[in-house]
Design a protein. Structure first.
Length: 123
């Protein structure tokens, strides 16, 4: 598979997930079914943020490595985008529950950073 195909699929995922997030935001009433609506919005937001960050991280790596990138660089960018999207969702959930203490937020961020370092060590 080529990198262009990966980028095409990621952009398609971004367009469909942003459309679904928009439709959920404007047309879904979360009052009767709050668990279902928040779950669907979380999944859509996760896919939208991850598919937006993956090409951005990839192009930053492409600039950093001066164009010498391969498919493993794309896989690492997707993994890092997923971890950043999980961090974003984690912060949103904390703010929804009014947990705005800095040590809880930093602990979650440090945990995800350690997971990324572990993945980098495996590669």
């Amino acid at each position: 598979m080529s990198i262009r195909f990966y980028l095409f699929v990621i952009m398609f995922i971004f367009l469909t997930s942003s459309a679904s997030v928009g439709l959920l935001f404007f047309y879904m009433n979360p009052i009767p079914h709050p668990t279902r609506s928040l779950t669907l919005m979380g999944i859509g937001l996760f896919l939208m943020v991850a598919s937006l960050l993956a090409p951005l991280i990839f192009f930053l790596k492409k600039v950093y490595y001066r164009g010498d990138v391969n498919l493993s660089t794309m896989s690492a960018s997707i993994r890092q985008a997923i971890l950043l999207a999980l961090t974003t969702i984690f912060f949103i959930v904390l703010s929804l529950y009014n947990i705005q203490e800095w040590h809880v937020t930093l602990t979650g961020l440090a945990t995800l950073a350690c997971v990324e370092v572990m993945f980098q060590a495996i590669d």
